[in-house]
Design a protein around this ligand. Structure first.
Ligand code: 5GP
Ligand code: ZN
Length: 147
């Protein structure tokens, strides 16, 4: 997968639509098109790296920092998460399907085991515009665009 045929590079170039949660010079965060739970977000470096081996350490650090902020936003904002998974699937054996390095930010709620299992099976979108607004609403004002 190169930048030309990479679905995430197409989102960075605004050639594919996405519900954007955060953007700065080096990173972009947007809703997963097949969420396992409402608010499931992906954080990517804008620079294309297919996997962890190729990922420059500074891009990895930036991705983590943004994922951490979004996780906090999911807890304190209207998503009202009780917990959050930060997940990187690296390599086909680990179920990586898009070969542009990314981190999943998946909100969890107490007692949601059944709905999470259903979400894993169906991976249906839930009102993406409202969901995007709800995730963004938890981001600390004034820190948007910070590197
Ligand atoms: P992986 O299994 O590689 O860690 O996860 C890739 C994720 O990217 C999947 O959860 C999938 O739903 C999501 N995805 C794949 N293509 C697109 C796309 O074009 N737009 C968005 N927003 N998400 C995508
Ligand atoms: Zn890419």
């Amino acid at each position: 997968m190169t930048t030309d045929d990479c679905p995430f590079c197409a989102i960075v170039r605004s050639e594919s639509p996405a519900i954007r949660i955060h953007e700065d010079e080096h990173t972009l965060a947007f809703l997963d098109i097949r969420p396992v739970s409402r608010g499931h977000t992906l954080v990517i470096p804008k620079r294309h790296s297919p996997n962890l081996e190729a990922l420059p350490v500074d891009d990895g650090a930036r991705v983590f920092a943004v994922a951490q902020r979004i996780a906090l936003a999911m807890r304190r904002g209207p998503v009202a998460a009780d917990g959050v998974h930060l997940v990187v699937n690296d390599g086909r054996a680990a179920m990586q399907t898009v070969f542009h390095a990314h981190m999943h930010v998946v909100p969890r709620h107490r007692g949601d085991k059944v709905s999470l299992a259903a979400g894993l099976a169906t991976r249906r979108r839930h009102d993406p515009q409202q969901t995007g607004a709800d995730v963004r609403a938890g981001l600390e004002p004034g820190r948007e665009g910070e590197k």
